[in-house]
Every structure is written in C-alpha cells, then in structure tokens.
Design a protein around this ligand. Sequence first.
Ligand SMILES: Nc1ncnc2c1ncn2[C@@H]1O[C@H](COP(=O)(O)OP(=O)(O)O)[C@@H](O)[C@H]1O
Ligand SMILES: [Mg+2]
Length: 289
Amino acid sequence: MKLKILASTAQAESTLLIQKAAQSLGIDFEVLLLDHIQTSAGAIFHQNVELVGSPDLMIWLRLGTLSRRRGLEIARLMQMRGLRLINSAEAVELASDKIESYERLHKIGAPVPRTWPFSPEIRIRASELHHVKPRSPVSFWIKTRIGSQGIGVSWAADATHALAQMDLIRVSEGSGVIQEHVPGEDLRLLVCEGRILGAMKRTAAAGEFRANLHQGAKAEPTEPTPAEAALALRTTHAMNLRVAGVDMIRHENSAVVLEVNPSPGLAGISACLGKNLAVEILTNFKTNS
Ligand SMILES: Nc1ncnc2c1ncn2[C@@H]1O[C@H](COP(=O)(O)OP(=O)(O)O)[C@@H](O)[C@H]1O
Ligand SMILES: [Mg+2]
C-alpha cells in the first residue's frame, strides 16, 4: 500500500500522526500540499510530478474549513483520473456541509436536534422557534453552513439572540442552521470501515459551551452503548464515509447526532484513549487493500 495525504499543511497534529503511523508501518507515503498542486488539461501535478493512480495507492483527504473548496476540486479531479480516495470527494462534501448533512440525517430517520436551515433568501421567524423549550444558559445553537473545530458555531440563550446571530451570517451572504440545544454529554465516536475504534466524552472548558478539543474541552474515554455504536455506524454509512468522527449528545438514555465529521482529528482522541488510532486506521487499509 502507498499513501498520499492531501492537505493544506503537513504540520497539523493529526496529519503528523498519520505520517508517523505510515512510517512505523512501512507504508510509502507523501503529503500533497494543496499549494504545490497544479492542474493542466485534467492532469494533476504535485511539484511538477504527475499524479497517476495505481491499485495500491490510497489518498487520504485532510481538509480543513479553509482548504475545503480547493481540496474538493482537486479531489474530484483525482477521482476522474482513477485515483482511489479513502473518503470520496462527494462524501466529504456532503458531510462537511451542515445543511446538506442535516437533511441526509433527517431523511434516514437518525435522531437529530430540531434544526432550521437559513440562507440569505430564507429567514427564520421567531414564531417558528417558539416551541423550543427555553433553557439557561443555552437554548439555541447557530452554525455556519461550513465550519469545524467549533469555529462557525455559536450559542444563544433565547430566540431573539439566535435570530440576531442568524442575520449576522445572512447579511454576509452566508447560510447555516439554527438548532435547538440538547442538554447532555458530548461524545465523539471514531468509525473506520464499519467498526468503532474508540469513543471519548468531551467536557467544554469553563465559560465555553462548545465541547471541541480545539476550544479547550477536556476528554475522557467512554464506552458507547450498543445503540450509540449502531447509530454512529448507521450515520457514517449513510454519508458514504469509510472513516468518520461522529459527534453525539447522550441525552436521557438515548443519543442525538450532531454531525458526522469526514476529517476527524486523530491526535486528541488517540492521546485520550492511549492508543494510536492513525496506526489502527492504516493497519485496516493495509490489510484490506
Ligand atoms: N444542538 C446542540 N446541543 C448541544 N450542544 C451542541 C449542539 N450543537 C452543537 N453543540 C456543541 O458544540 C460543539 C460543536 O458543534 P458541531 O455541530 O459538532 O460543530 P463543529 O463542526 O464545529 O464541531 C458540539 O460538540 C457540542 O459540544
Ligand atoms: Mg463537531
């Protein structure tokens, strides 16, 4: 097996972890930096060397919010050239779009918080939100359509504040969702090829409500219930992802899905669980490729 990682930087923690894992497993690997990629007449070049597919080559997309658009453009071209991606461009595009992915989750009947999409053309009215139970200090979440690591996610104590935040996004030509707050424990489950590799419970930092590790949350290992594990596998499958990080809120003995992340961080969860999940993922692909 050969591995190429498509990313905007080679230095991100999880990308470094994947490189080290590849090295320790004797996998021939290379990071393809988006800034070093050129295309010409449908062909793709990395530092002037043409990328060509081979049966043993796999491409791992590691796209952040800012590299998403360009990364997906290159990823689609790669697919057209016959290169094999671990998570396909279409699946990453869907899962990283908070409006489209919510609609997919809703369509398959996965439990999700009540959610209202908005855009410059679609404005949510206060009357639509009136049956959401007010909670202190958070009743609503406001999310930009594209975002990750908690960036692009905000909260509001009441509908008035939620709608004002929605309008801030709309006047900048943005779209997104308003979502009801679901109280409970924040979980992240890491899925690879129909298996749960591990799960952590995340607790937001003081004064913060987003439980992302990038926002200072603390993590501890947790054992998902069979229902939570099944939900993570089902939603990952519905998004056509082979590797994903599923975020859930464990609430009154059941769980709702917040998102299915197509480029999940591996460093934080590996440190939390005391096992190298990059090695586990690559071992899986090495054995089955
Ligand atoms: N509806 C909600 N109910 C409770 N907490 C939420 C809700 N939506 C978001 N959060 C909190 O904010 C965090 C980030 O939200 P998420 O939708 O996963 O966006 P991101 O892609 O930025 O991680 C979640 O992990 C959770 O702690
Ligand atoms: Mg998340």
